[in-house]
Design a protein around this ligand. Structure first.
Ligand SMILES: [Mg+2]
Length: 431
């Protein structure tokens, strides 16, 4: 390869964008969600891009690892992984830090996954460069499309109408705490995006109330696949009681009880398949699930922390080997992450469920051309070189300015919830 395509420069730009007051097991979303935009530039002037976590520990890790890329070919993904692993060694956790991680939903703070997260952040940007050089979409670099569009699900949240410290005009979605409000939220999201399956983020209101929400959705949208995700915030006993109430309604049951042992206890008494993005989150945990006879039947992957698009393809081979299903988890994100997910999911034949996305909850965008358009709940797989999206420089500057002024450097759903309820402990499982 000529030296003109050698990587010359890496830019990491932290950004913040508006995020509604969405409730979850950890607490509630803050008014701003953080991400980082990664740009990898070659000596010839090509720029590969990606989007990843924007919490301070992740920004520190990206900054520490970035010099490892200088001089590398964009094709040298394996060498990049070796260099990143050598530079980014996870710090040893104290016991309380380790336990602290278990109740956090803030992905940027999972230090044990730092190497995988940094590798992923660089891998996608390097694949974007490869695609530009080969004049091929990333999905072709991954073996070509198994489908030409990727289905996503309507991701419903219980939510307040406004943030406690609302720094901008409230979002258009309004309050959602009752079953009727939840159905209205689903109706609005499905009308707007055409989603054909529904996921409810739970673990926040009393479980009976959340079960009533699912039953109301089942009645309002007959035949639509439904999932509920309490993020491990229910005991095994509560998990079993609620799944009885939801018999015949759920497509899968996502992380009802905490820990793989808790999930295994639920699986022994329940015939609805269990899904997770909490207890099988890396290859070591995959092995533990397999050793236990696979109580978890569906792995909800996320290339941002599984180590990238190729690592997720390897995960799909393992899932097939062990007769497991595969779909995708999501955090608050913008279009670069969405389009990377879409290339990946198009390349994985096993992907048989609609993927999660927070995208409808955001109204800002960092890619040129603005918000990506869903067709009947699906995104068309790009056919142009690389990722198929480029950065809107003005938008990037604006979102970076948000970051500089928002005052948030690490996601803290628990601390945010304490502004509404000073007594809130965040203890899990809560119900
Ligand atoms: Mg989940």
């Amino acid at each position: 390869m000529s030296t003109s395509h050698q990587i010359r420069h890496i830019r990491i730009t932290p950004i913040a964008f508006r995020d509604p007051p969405l409730l979850n097991a950890a607490g509630i979303h803050e008014p701003w969600a953080l991400r980082s935009i990664i740009e990898i530039e070659t000596a010839s002037g090509l720029v590969g891009i990606n989007e990843s976590y924007g919490d301070q520990p992740m920004l520190d890790a990206l900054a520490k690892a970035a010099p490892a890329l200088v001089g590398l070919s964009p094709w040298a993904l394996n060498e990049m992984e070796v260099r990143v692993a050598a530079l980014v060694t996870p710090p040893k956790l104290t016991a309380s830090e380790f336990l602290g991680q278990q109740v956090s939903l803030a992905p940027g703070t999972h230090v044990s996954k730092t190497v995988a997260k940094v590798v992923s952040a660089f891998e996608v940007a390097m694949l974007d460069l490869q695609g530009q050089m080969a004049k091929a979409p990333i999905v072709d670099l991954l073996g070509g499309p198994a489908r030409d569009r990727v289905p996503y699900s309507a991701y419903l949240f219980y939510k307040y109408a406004e943030h406690v410290d609302q720094p901008y005009a409230p979002d258009a979605w309004g309050e959602a705490l009752t079953p009727a409000q939840l159905v209205a939220q689903a109706r609005r999201m499905i009308d707007q995006y055409g989603f054909q399956s529904i996921k409810l983020k739970a673990g926040t209101l009393p479980p009976e109330q959340e079960a009533a929400g699912i039953l109301a959705l089942a009645e309002a949208f007959p035949g639509t696949p439904l999932r509920i995700d309490p993020n491990g915030n229910w005991t095994v006993e509560t998990s079993l009681k609620i799944v009885q109430q939801l018999r015949g309604v759920l497509e899968y049951y996502e992380d009802p009880a905490p820990g793989l042992d808790g999930m295994a206890a639920v699986a022994r008494e329940c015939d609805v398949p269990l899904a997770t993005n909490m207890v099988v989150t890396d290859f070591a945990e995959f092995r533990r699930n397999a050793d236990m006879g696979c109580p978890v039947k569906i792995v909800l992957s996320d290339h941002h922390y599984w180590g990238g698009l190729r690592a997720t393809q390897r995960l799909s081979t393992l899932c097939r080997t062990f007769d497991l299903g595969l779909s995708m988890h999501s955090n608050s994100h913008l279009g670069v992450s969405l389009v990377a997910m879409t290339h990946l999911c198009a390349s994985v034949p096993l992907l048989t469920y609609a993927c999660d996305t927070h995208y409808p909850w955001q109204d800002e965008e960092v890619v040129e051309g603005g918000r990506l358009q869903f067709e009947q709940g699906s995104l068309r797989v790009p056919t142009t070189p690389g990722l198929g999206v480029t950065l809107d420089r003005e938008a990037l500057a604006r979102l970076h300015d948000n970051y500089l002024h928002c005052g948030i450097r690490n996601r803290d759903d628990l601390g945010q919830m304490r502004k509404y309820d000073p007594e809130f402990t965040g203890r899990q499982p809560r119900f």
